[in-house]
Design a protein. Structure first.
Length: 683
């Protein structure tokens, strides 16, 4: 433990020596901006303000507080906006605050930060691994520190993520992340809470995701792009959002990590307000699929962190497209938010420790709660190899992924009954009924062994890369509905809108057709393009203009393609993109459920259950699970009957079921047709 403290103390001295020569040349002073309060009548005025070059910090009552150059103030006046200047040259204040310091904290220059992270990782190799996620536009390093007890390995542990300074002038966000690193390392093997978390979590911290903006004292990166408008969930319709979704190196660096390492919780620290901004930010419709779990964790954070107000970003703050939190939740189900930790973007260094202390216990709380809910390992039943799979959880039917490295997955859930569906190309679906008990921070483990399936397509759209914004008041569909096999649940591509998806593996140019685009609704068409890179260049292979349209990569004169892009003309209901199967019709492997009525009685029993159902020409499977979701038995009922009396309730080893709550599911042809709860009494 001493070496941790020595390592940090040693570098603090080095930092002070370096700063003498580098501070002035590394930290740039931008042209003057004043802190301004502008009167607004409605939220649509915010877009107008941004179009004039006004930087929005926060909304309160009927005013918008933000920053403007003298030139922008002239434009505001000419457009009829009423405003008052709250502080002249706030840019100078931020600049001067950067150079302040107190005994235990100060802001580091970029060079100091890079050197500090290197020394920290070198001095603490048992629990730290430093990774370079990429380079900024101006060739500065984007560093991530992974803190865990075996940092070089991707262990089967829940992963949490924190970043700061995605807006480079919001330096207090950097400071909160950096102080968290210091706190974790100096308390390992001393504080039992910290020690337990480091030993059982993978904690990723990226304090400076926008190093160009940090150095330039700018909200934007080195190409004048707002990185928190550059992510691929409903990208566009914003100012300074970049030429395309993930057009910026910094956003791509995060994307690559996000695909490689699924996270349970994603937190991005901002400043300019004091609020927890939850998904969605792209729409004010109350339509967050798993609002109950996001609000639960937000409330827990708020109670431990200065009572920050929390709510849907578009409502508690203002509408934006292409935010990182919308992307992380929308694409992969991570509980995500941006947290505004201070009303001043770069307050004096004297505010660093108090601001961190306000958030510290809440950060530890998130690390802890990442282990609650449903988790498991997904492997091939024949080879034992890990499988990269989709995890869909009902009743909200939202998506996450297993780790491509070792097949583990984690989803935070509150106590309750859930249906978990595991899907991977080339395998039979696995479905489990899971009961998360109401016993504190309980979690339920699922050991999923998937059976290869040669009937269904071995390749389909696996994950969403990016989508162009929609008008949410008219379109409440979600891009993830276009993933997996056809199921008559679609993503509505409106006219001129597009989506990019990544296939589970590269499509290959075989003889004849190679893939099929399935349209489940709408009469519009979509131009179909392919590439081996997420941002193109794109090569057109044809037009999807029917319920099923088949495509041949030979049309594009390429051997393979990993990404598919659809650009709609008219309204196009994109159901799925699948590997082409010449002999397979939709009904052969769709997820539509058989129209079978099924009931059982009595619901409370000690000896027997009567199953009633309509006449079938298929075998009926009756699956019995205990309250923890463990599969206890499967009963096979022969076709061409309509009732079955089960006199002895036993498990697979023919042992009588213990008294308790059990869940019984009926399955026909691989599809669940009914689910019932039964209470077994003492016998």
């Amino acid at each position: 433990m001493v070496r941790h403290i020595k390592g940090l103390a040693f570098f603090a001295l080095v930092s002070l020596i370096i700063s003498t020569n580098l501070e002035a040349q590394e930290v740039k002073l931008l042209p003057r901006r004043d802190l301004v309060e502008v009167k607004i009548n409605n939220f649509s005025a915010i877009k107008t303000l941004e179009s004039l070059g006004f930087i929005v910090n926060r909304i309160q009552n009927n005013t918008c507080i933000g920053e403007a150059t003298p030139e922008v103030l002239t434009l505001l006046k000419n457009c009829g906006f009423l405003y008052q200047v709250l502080q002249v040259n706030i840019t100078q204040t931020y600049y001067e605050n950067f150079f302040t310091e107190v005994q235990k904290a100060r802001y580091l220059t970029y060079t100091e930060f890079i050197d500090t992270m290197t020394v920290i990782a070198s001095n603490n190799p048992a629990i730290c691994k430093l990774e370079t996620l990429g380079l900024s536009h101006q060739n500065r390093l984007i560093l991530a520190l992974k803190i865990s007890d075996n940092p070089a390995n991707d262990e089967a542990e829940p992963a949490v993520y924190f970043d700061g300074a995605i807006h480079g002038d919001e330096k207090i966000g950097w400071a909160v992340c950096f102080e968290f690193i210091k706190y974790l390392l100096t308390n390992y093997n001393i504080n039992p809470v910290v020690t337990n978390l480091i030993n059982n979590r993978e904690i990723w911290i990226v304090p400076m995701i926008n190093p160009d903006g940090y150095v330039n004292n700018s909200r934007y990166n080195g190409r004048t792009v707002d990185l928190n408008r550059n992510f691929g969930w409903m990208w566009g319709n914003e100012y300074n959002c970049g030429s395309d979704a993930f057009s910026e190196n910094e956003a791509i660096a995060f994307y690559n990590l996000f695909v490689k390492q699924p996270f349970v919780v994603y937190t991005s620290y901002h400043a300019g307000d004091s609020v927890i901004s939850c998904p969605w930010s792209y729409t004010a419709n109350d339509s967050v699929p798993e609002k109950f779990i996001i609000w639960h964790l937000a409330q827990g954070y708020s109670q431990r962190g200065n009572n920050y107000p929390y709510g849907q970003g578009a409502i508690i703050m203002y509408l934006i497209n292409g935010s990182s939190k919308d992307y992380c939740y929308g694409v992969a189900g991570a509980v995500s938010w941006s947290i505004e930790v201070h009303n001043i973007k770069t307050p004096p260094a004297s505010a660093i420790i108090p601001t961190f202390n306000i958030n510290r216990d809440a950060m530890l709380y998130l690390c802890h709660k990442a282990g609650q809910g449903i988790y498991g390992i997904i492997t091939d039943s024949l080879t034992g190899e890990p499988i990269y799979a989709q995890i869909w959880v009902q009743p909200r039917n939202w998506l996450s992924y297993s780790s491509p490295t070792n097949g583990d997955f984690y989803r935070f859930y509150l106590p309750g009954l859930y249906t978990v569906k595991i899907r991977a190309p080339g395998y039979q679906d696995v479905e489990r009924l899971v009961f998360v008990p109401n016993t504190g921070d309980s979690s339920v483990f699922l050991d999923i062994k998937m059976l290869p399936d040669s009937i269904r397509p071995a390749n389909y759209a696996m994950r969403v890369v990016a989508t162009r914004f929609v008008t949410p008041s008219a379109n409440l569909t979600y891009p993830i509905r276009a993933l997996g096999l056809r199921d008559n649940i679609h993503y509505q591509l409106d006219n001129t809108k597009w989506i990019i998806v990544e296939m589970a593996k590269p499509l290959r140019n075989n003889s004849g057709f190679d893939f099929t685009v399935i349209r489940s609704s709408g009469t519009g068409t979509a131009t179909v393009k392919v590439s081996n890179y997420r941002n193109g260049p794109w090569i057109t292979v044809g037009t999807a203009n029917a319920p099923q349209t088949h495509f041949d990569l030979a049309t594009a004169n390429i051997d393979s393609a990993r990404y598919v892009r659809l650009e709609a003309s008219g309204t196009f209901g994109l159901d799925a993109i699948e590997e082409y199967r010449a002999s397979t019709e939709i009904s052969d492997y769709s997820y539509s459920m058989p129209q079978v009525n099924f009931t059982l009685s009595p619901k409370i029993t000690s000896t027997a259950i009567l199953f009633n159902y309509t006449t079938l020409n298929q075998k009926l499977e009756v699956l019995i699970y205990d309250a923890l979701g463990a599969h206890k038995n499967t009963i096979l009922i022969t076709p061409n009957s309509n009732c079955y009396y089960l006199y002895n309730l036993t498990d697979k080893n023919n042992n009588r079921l213990r008294p308790g709550v059990y869940f019984i599911k009926a399955k026909v042809g691989g599809s669940i047709i009914a689910s019932e709860k039964v209470i077994v009494l003492n016998r």
